[in-house]
Design a protein around this ligand. Structure first.
Ligand code: NOJ
Length: 755
């Protein structure tokens, strides 16, 4: 018995030691000592983050950057990796600079490093925070082996406008779920201990409100009330800070007329003083420079604003390096401000263990054994399976019966290029398994019919634009009509048609906003032609945002949303199509009926004139319903679940008391399946108006056919709190309604009073 206890005690000491004051004071002593030796120029150099580009053969070094590193003018670099490339640059920093301060290496490891997981919007559809944490840990393992120390993830911007291409990088529209997912990413990357060589620092972004850019146009203006900000948009960033995220990235947008990268209220009052953030703040790409375009002042002025607002590291602009010294001389910036910023960056390097081992983590052997290994690929497949969301399934057309004749139609059936989605890190799409590859592996060649049917898009100008950033669209030499004719002929031979359609990877992501989020018109034409065959049609979608699918919903038998599902996409989709796996994803962003409905989200507020069928002067459109096509939290399964009425432990919650709400969930179908049980709460009367409902809990439950399970939620007063008009975080007495069910539309309801 002694040994395990000893082991436990020593582990405890080790864990505690990482945060203990002795450890901290050692870091303080080390950093104090280093700072004393540094010139102001060297301190400013630490605040400089430079990109190093790629050429086709991999990362390359820029002569200029090498010189700047030697001159002590660089604190970190990004966009370069591999043990060799990192070692080469790090050697310059630790052998050829005066103080031998190691560089920090960052990169956008967004949904995997080389093993790619589904795009974050797809990952969020799993509602599986443990799975997301495991994926982040796996990404950190691969990235650190490749020499990286720092990822620019998670992006936790709340999003309500699917025209914005970057919704694919988000966890959707809800602050509660977004906060849980933000924490999972941070835990996964950092594991609470950056001295472990297989961890990397995380960076929560884009602080703040970037997801609310007007009209869904990237980099556009944001304007928002404090009430909305505090209640609906800030919680995920705050959650990341509370769980210990190491760095925060500013956003490109302005807040109350001041760009985030120069916004002292945001970066100092809120982030540092209210939230006690102890890590460092980095700007987004050239964001300080862009403040000139915003109209905030000239180069010197925006540099002054930015450092005085609380930015520690300048990504790309090099404005700090160019301007800070003279700003200090002019008395516009205090040297102490530079010391504070530099200290934060040196502390991050210390915590990563870079002073002890500048080559921490990187190793050819680790890269070889850890990257794209069996476990990572299995995890990628698991994440893909769990992200796939069944939006519609009339007459149980899915799962497919492999003994039937099936025609697979669409450019994306055989596609590998797009499966890894946008921001796919260092992932190589050639590692991705296409749907067709998976079908051939499982069922052999020539088992199913195939026809291309259409290009992803026919628009020549748009394809040229998209192909500038890597070929993703090839336009067939055959005419669109010829492609459709061939597809219809192929479809006529089959019992069931599976159309695999959607977007190319570049149609979502950064700088990829769309003003019309329907399927491209040529794909719609193909679907309409397939529909005329009279055969059942299954639509498999690959895309990075909610699409407007009204026609498809009205006319197609089944719709399976597979997002851009990553390296193992094809296998995951095949398993779901043929019933080897049961879909369990639920959408985290509402799917509108048409683009004009945007923004449409589940936790809206009632107006004074809520919609009523028989009255003219109520809040509505003349030409479309107020309801989205698919609601937040929606997703079907091959089995069915029934919910009992809600049982409450009490109908009165006393101050600082709790109430337990429970339901019995039963799998009433014939297949084992997972259900995401969702808890929503509505505050009936408030000192400020309250949303019609808000997600306040969720649990993912696996049940065998016929099996039942009691699912409990503890409702604490914290769950009832919101920011009132004085921005105090309060729970107000009165009546609350609670809802527990399988989507945000559930009417399984109960009520209690807070006294
Ligand atoms: C700009 C993007 O907005 C940000 O998300 C990303 O991390 C940086 N570029 C670095 O690549």
């Amino acid at each position: 018995m002694k040994k395990p206890i000893l082991f436990l005690v020593s582990t405890l000491i080790l864990v505690l030691c990482n945060n203990c004051s002795q450890h901290k004071s050692e870091m303080d002593k080390f950093v104090d000592n280093l700072l004393k030796q540094m010139t102001v120029e060297e301190k400013i150099g630490q605040l400089n983050l430079l990109p190093i580009g790629f050429d086709v053969t991999g990362p390359r070094l820029s002569e200029n950057v090498e010189q700047k590193i030697k001159d002590g003018l660089v604190g970190g670099v990004f966009n370069t990796f591999t043990p060799n490339a990192v070692r080469k640059l790090q050697e310059i920093a630790v052998n050829q600079t005066r103080l031998k301060i190691p560089l920090i290496f960052g990169y956008d490891v967004i949904h995997g490093h080389k093993t790619i997981f589904p795009v974050p919007l797809g990952m969020s559809a799993t509602w599986d925070t443990l799975l997301i944490e495991r994926c982040a840990t796996a990404a950190a393992d691969e990235a650190s082996a490749d020499g990286l120390h720092w990822t620019f993830s998670p992006m936790v911007d709340i999003v309500r406008d699917p025209r914005w291409g970057r919704v694919s990088e988000s966890a959707g529209e809800d602050a509660f779920l977004g906060s849980e997912i933000a924490k999972a990413f941070v835990r996964g990357y950092e594991q609470g201990d950056l001295s472990k060589q297989n961890t990397i620092m995380s960076c929560v972004k884009h602080f703040a409100l970037y997801g609310a850019s007007e009209a869904g146009r990237d980099y556009n203006t944001v304007d928002m009330s404090r009430i909305r900000m505090y209640n609906e948009y800030l919680p995920p960033y705050k959650a990341a800070v509370e769980i210990g995220v190491s760095s925060v990235m500013t956003s490109f947008n302005e807040i109350d007329g001041i760009p985030a990268s120069g916004n002292k209220w945001l970066l100092t009052e809120l982030l540092r003083n209210n939230w006690n953030f102890g890590g460092f703040v980095v700007t987004d790409y050239s964001a300080i420079m862009e403040m000139e375009n915003h109209g905030s002042g000239d180069k010197a002025k925006v540099s002054e604003m930015s450092i005085n607002a609380g930015v520690d590291m300048d990504m790309v602009s090099e404005y700090f390096v160019d301007e800070l010294l003279s700003l200090i001389k002019e008395g516009k910036v205090k040297e102490q401000t530079i010391d504070v910023a530099c200290r934060r960056i040196l502390e991050a390097k210390y915590k990563l263990g870079l002073f002890a081992d500048p080559y921490r983590g990187l190793s050819d052997k680790r890269a070889e054994t850890q990257i794209l290994n069996k476990e990572k690929l299995a995890l990628s497949k698991e994440a893909a399976v769990k992200s796939i969301t069944l939006l519609k399934n009339d007459n149980n057309i899915l799962p497919l019966d492999a003994s039937k004749k099936i025609a697979f139609i669409g450019d994306l059936v055989k596609d590998q290029r797009n499966l890894t989605g946008n921001w796919s890190g260092a992932g190589d799409y050639k590692d991705a398994v296409s749907l067709w590859m998976a079908l051939e592996k499982q069922f052999g060649e020539n088992k199913f019919f195939y026809s291309k049917g259409c290009n992803i898009i026919d628009d020549v100008e748009l394809s040229a634009e998209l192909n500038k950033y890597g070929t993703q669209i090839t336009i067939d030499t055959k005419s669109p009509q010829q492609l459709i004719n061939e597809a219809v002929q192929t479809a006529m031979k089959a019992d069931v048609i599976v159309a695999v359609l959607g977007e190319s990877f570049g149609m979502s992501g950064e700088a990829a906003s769309r003003s019309n989020i329907e399927l491209p018109s040529n794909q719609q034409a193909l679907l309409k032609a397939l529909k005329t065959t009279g055969k059942p049609v299954v639509l498999v979608l690959m895309n990075g945002r909610p699409l407007a699918l009204q026609w498809e919903h009205n006319n197609i038998d089944a719709i399976l949303e597979t997002w851009f599902a990553g390296t193992m996409a094809g296998e995951a989709i095949a398993d779901i199509l043929f019933g080897k796996a049961n879909p369990s994803g639920k959408i985290t962003m509402s799917f509108p009926r048409n683009t004009g409905q945007i923004p449409v989200y589940y936790n809206y507020k009632h107006t004074g004139r809520p919609f009523s069928q028989n009255e003219k002067y109520t809040s509505k459109y003349l030409d479309v319903s107020n309801e989205p096509l698919y609601h937040f939290g929606h997703g079907l399964s091959y089995t069915q679940f029934s919910y009992s009425d809600i049982q409450l432990s009490d109908t009165v919650m006393k101050e600082n008391g709790n109430i337990t709400a429970s339901v019995t969930l039963t799998n009433t179908g014939k297949t084992a399946g997972e259900e995401i049980v969702q808890l929503y709460i509505r505050d009936i009367v408030g000192s400020i108006t309250r949303p019609v409902k808000e997600l306040k809990g969720f649990k993912k439950i696996m049940l065998q056919p016929g099996e039942s399970q009691k699912v409990e939620f503890i409702i604490t007063q914290d769950l009832l709190k919101f920011y009132n008009s004085d921005l105090e975080y309060v729970a107000e007495q009165g009546e609350f309604h609670i809802f527990i069910g399988g989507s945000s539309t559930t009417d399984n309801k109960s009520r209690f009073i807070l006294k």
